[in-house]
Design a protein. Structure first.
Length: 285
């Protein structure tokens, strides 16, 4: 069986069911239906649960769409993540890109960070979005740099940091590859680095990010930023197989131990839903 990285500590989020190209998920007080290209089977839960959802995302184009919500459904609401190691609170919002400001499968990485970072360790989150990994690293005392190209997304993360009772994250609104190159030039290294590069994106000065063109440069420069004994967690939602990520990282860091697999969500109704490919790369001390 392929290695599956699965979050196991969620209390306030659940993948209730999946199938027919959709997921049925509970995010705290709201139940949502969202499209998912890998939910290729038939749903196996109670069909009435789908009909009772508070909101359903309906695509209007390739990347955007609209939410159809039951009357009185809030557009913004809070969600808490509690485990033995972490207690984080996120503000969620129904966006026109089908996302709600949180990728729940990433909770498995948050636990990995909590288990592998110590107070004072340097941690870098590239393509950091609303900052789940930044918050988890900060909560266990790491010195955190959070880099994303979009100012509004960074502001959203700042609110998540405050809701979680944290402070002291350093914000960098910049093209991730540019920032990583600058850090390499300065000779900086990190105990932990997380990166989740999208298929395409834009830096704040219009720098074009295209995964297939720049991935190998990004991996090479990030590899040079990993301290001895440090680690990289990289995932992608872009369809690159785990074995390809493993090959690229084994070439970039031949002395590293690598775990590769799929980042998944386990549905209450039984199936594992793959959300993307992932590697965890740990350098020898
Ligand atoms: C798939 S999301 C990452 C989700 C994240 N792993 C999480 O768990 O919250 C990709 C992020 O990359 C950012 N981004 C896109 N192009 C970028 C670039 N050139 N430099 C830095 N960030 C970029 C987007 O603003 C977005 O927040």
């Amino acid at each position: 069986m392929t290695t599956r990285f699965l979050p196991t500590e969620w209390r306030d989020y659940a993948l209730l069911d999946s199938g027919h190209g959709k997921r049925l998920e509970r995010f705290g007080e709201l139940t949502l239906v969202r499209p998912d290209p890998f939910a290729l089977w038939k749903p196996s839960g109670d069909p009435r649960a789908w009909a009772r959802a508070d909101a359903t995302f309906e695509p209007t184009g390739r990347t955007q769409g609209k939410w159809r919500s039951a009357p009185g459904t809030p557009n913004r609401w809070p969600l808490r993540y509690r485990s033995e190691a972490l207690d984080l609170t996120f503000g969620l919002e129904m966006t026109k890109f089908k996302h709600v400001g949180l990728f729940p499968e990433q909770a498995d990485n948050w636990e990995f960070l909590a288990a592998n970072l110590k107070p004072g360790d340097k941690f870098l989150n590239l393509f950091a979005y609303t900052g789940g990994a930044s918050l988890a690293a900060r909560q266990v005392g790491a010195d955190v740099i959070h880099c994303d190209a979009i100012r509004q997304v960074v502001d959203w993360t700042r609110t998540n940091m405050e809701r979680s009772g944290l402070d002291g994250i350093r914000w960098v609104v910049e093209d991730a590859l540019k920032f990583a190159r600058r850090e390499a030039k300065r000779g900086n290294t990190y105990q932990g680095i997380v990166l989740d590069p999208p298929t395409w994106g834009l830096g704040p000065k219009g720098e074009k990010w295209k995964l297939e063109d720049q991935l190998i440069d990004l991996i090479d420069v990030v590899a040079s930023l990993v301290a001895p004994g440090g680690f990289v967690v990289m995932n992608t939602y872009s369809g690159i197989p785990p074995s390809a990520l493993e090959t690229m990282w084994s070439l970039a860091l031949p002395d590293a131990a690598i775990e590769a697999g799929e980042l998944c969500l386990r549905a209450q109704a039984g199936h594992d839903l793959s959300t993307g490919s992932m590697v965890r790369v740990t350098r020898n001390a």
